[in-house]
Design a protein around this ligand. Structure first.
Ligand code: PRX
Length: 654
């Protein structure tokens, strides 16, 4: 959309206050209190992070809170703590909390299990001893190739207990992608599940691991958890070991290692726009401090909450808001393995009803999918416990927001659209659900201790209500500390565009009420004949049409106009593509936005290339139309088979 239109929409967006009931039970219950605390946290960040640190368990704590500047900074240097001890031991050793449920596990196929903090404590110690038995020590890297299982949590927490740097690799990645991550992180061991379910299909993960490990690799051992016991799983003598057998023999006590707060804790690869994926390194202690604070205040976690985050463990969101942030707060969570709309469209609600989930965290795409399935489905279930809906990862368009608020939430829920990146290790922008009024589509306000700004290309702040580059002016504990093995790439990617600030690569607007609106990646804005058009706005327009299930808009260079928009549309199964429908959809965009936004071409496709967290990978669509094929990194795809079909569909049409 043109700047003026986007800005007008933002300027006119209504403020919707949370209900009094919610407000009164929140940690921060009004806006003035938020502003006061925020201003204090910016003038005195040491004070804010020190108070957060007071809520955690330390082995040894010095008086220095922070040192250095971007990109070389530290939080609590020469202080020692253990992330696992904070997430598990301090609940398990508390008589009031040891029998509290940590995880309600549910698999797509209907398998259910419950794990209390006390049980988690026992399992984690045993697995830490298993890791020790293989000679793994502090600073080693272990690759974890597992879906959302209680055992995945046990493995990751055991790594954190010993200071072993874990690297979760999304279990939908191909052998090639897994191999690349194993080799570039110099992983000494792999922990995997023998198989997994996805929409009723069995995915044979151990086969993928075997393929990834062909030839020379740094891996000496593979530990295999039998997720589907009847699935034949060939084991390589002397290299591969069964998780269950190892656990049965392992000693039950393993004290947590004393770890410096800035020592690397975890490693997660994220795709750049091109080239090799970057191994983002987070400090263990820094990640704990940040995620504890985000989860506490932005999700407003309370002792009685039953909270479900649908994100896959291969995506950092689960580590931020469940594995570390959530467990550090001692919350009860639902852990689900599989597709949330399988075997039927009401599956997500069925699970919510069973555990009386009061806080649900998911991706905007998943919320839009629920919207398409309709309120008829959600109404069949008892969702009366629901209080808070949270999203991250991509724009939450106002239509989806309104459906969530009015239809699913019956006007009683709080919606929190948060903004964050793998690199920020959390969500520097979000609402504080009890204190900040909502605006449909905005990403809320800066979190305590985070100085965000919107600037022009010279780094000067733009006026409120104007679009610019989103930057962060100060350091915070969960900001990535390095790109594994490539310090220069870390500095170039994030700190070279503007001196002294972290460059997010996103464009944004801060409105007159201090709320931020993230418009998209800097490269997602299309400039057609001098008109800046937000792809989000075009997609929103398409999605409003009853025939459309999903839409993505990318740009293609054009001799005359600079760039032209190309739309990709997935239609409802009951609708057939036709030139009339194409015309109708193009006209709708023209009506909603303006004639300059009329898509140059529209492709009807069966499905979109997506990450497992449900985000459409627009870069791949752009490469297909611009290059005829996908040349960049394809390792983030949920379903790698989709590309060939997509390329042939698109070329058939064009
Ligand atoms: O462009 C922004 C978009 O997602 C990017 C970060 O992606 P990823 O690292 O996969 O996210 C991990 C989340 C912890 C950002 O640069 N993004 C994220 N949240 C939003 C968003 N775009 C618009 N609105 C959001 N709420």
């Amino acid at each position: 959309m043109r700047d003026e239109q986007a800005l007008k929409m933002i300027a006119e967006s209504p403020l919707i206050a949370p209900s009094d009931g919610y407000r009164n039970s929140s940690y921060v219950s009004d806006y003035d209190e938020y502003m006061k605390k925020y201003n204090e946290s910016i003038t005195n960040p040491e004070g804010f992070w020190n108070a957060i640190a007071d809520e955690l368990t330390w082995t040894e704590r010095s008086s220095t809170v922070m040192t250095g500047e971007m990109p070389d900074f530290k939080f609590f240097p020469d202080s020692f703590l253990n992330v696992c001890e904070n997430c598990v031991d301090r609940h398990a050793l508390n008589p009031d909390r040891k029998n509290k449920v940590a995880l309600y596990f549910e698999g797509e196929e209907g398998n259910r299990r419950t794990l209390t903090y006390g049980q988690l404590y026992r399992e984690v110690q045993r697995f830490a001893n298993v890791l020790k038995g293989f000679g793994l020590v502090k600073g080693d890297v272990v690759s974890v190739y597992m879906p959302n299982l209680p055992e995945t949590y046990v493995v990751l927490l055991a790594c954190l207990r010993l200071g072993i740097i874990y690297n979760t690799v999304f279990a939908g990645f191909s052998a090639e992608a897994l191999r690349e991550r194993i080799v570039s992180s110099n992983a000494k061991a792999v922990v995997c599940s023998n198989a997994s379910y996805r929409r009723g299909r069995v995915l044979r993960l151990k086969d993928t691991v075997d393929e990834a490990l062909q030839g020379e690799t740094p891996v000496q051992n593979v530990i295999v958890f039998s997720r589907i016991p009847h699935e034949p799983t060939p084991m390589k003598e002397g290299r591969d070991y069964d998780y269950g057998e190892l656990m049965a023999k392992a000693a039950s006590v393993c004290p947590p290692e004393k770890l410096e707060a800035n020592a690397p804790g975890l490693l997660i690869f994220t795709s750049g726009t091109s080239g090799k994926p970057k191994g983002i390194v987070h400090a263990g202690g820094g990640f704990l401090l940040g995620t504890y604070a985000y989860t506490k205040y932005q999700l407003d976690i309370q002792p009685a909450d039953v909270y479900w985050n649908t994100a896959d463990i291969g995506w950092l969101t689960s580590h931020i808001f469940v594995l570390v942030g959530g467990l550090a707060l001692g919350v009860t969570t639902v852990l689900y393995d599989g597709a949330v709309d399988y075997p039927h469209t009401g599956r997500v609600y069925e699970v919510m009803e069973r555990y009386q989930v009061n806080k649900l965290f998911s991706a905007p795409t998943a919320f839009r999918m629920l919207m398409k399935y309709g309120t008829e489905v959600s109404q069949r279930y008892d969702l009366s416990a629901l209080q808070l809906l949270v999203s991250v990862g991509e724009p939450l368009n106002p239509e989806a927001w309104n459906w969530l608020y009015h239809d699913l939430g019956k006007g009683k829920v709080v919606i929190n659209n948060t903004w964050g990146q793998t690199e920020t290790g959390g969500t520097p922008l979000a609402s504080l659900p009890g204190a900040v009024s909502m605006k449909p589509g905005s990403c809320g306000v800066p979190f305590f201790g985070h100085h965000l700004d919107v600037v022009d290309k010279d780094g000067s702040s733009v006026a409120d209500g104007e679009a610019g580059y989103l930057i962060i002016r100060n350091v915070f504990p969960s900001l990535a500390r390095d790109v594994f093995g490539d310090r220069q790439r870390y500095i170039t990617a994030y700190f070279s565009q503007m001196p002294g600030v972290y460059f997010t690569g996103d464009s944004a607007v801060r409105d007159k009420d201090g709320q931020f609106w993230v418009l998209g990646r800097v490269d997602d804005v299309i400039n057609v004949s001098g008109h800046r058009i937000s792809t989000m706005e075009m997609e929103s327009s398409l999605i409003q049409h009853g025939a459309v299930v999903e839409a993505a808009v990318v740009s293609q260079p054009d001799e005359i106009k600079g760039w032209v928009p190309i739309a990709f549309v997935t239609l409802d199964k009951t609708v057939t593509a036709s030139s009339e429908l194409e015309q109708e959809l193009k006209d709708k965009i023209v009506d909603d936005i303006g004639s300059f936004a009329r898509p140059h071409r529209m492709h009807f496709v069966d499905s979109m290339p997506k990450t497992r967290s449900g985000k459409i990978i627009r870069r791949m669509l752009r490469e297909i139309i611009q290059e005829g094929t996908v040349k960049g990194d394809v390792t983030g795809l949920e379903d790698s088979e989709i590309l060939d079909k997509l390329i042939s569909d698109i070329h058939k049409e064009s």
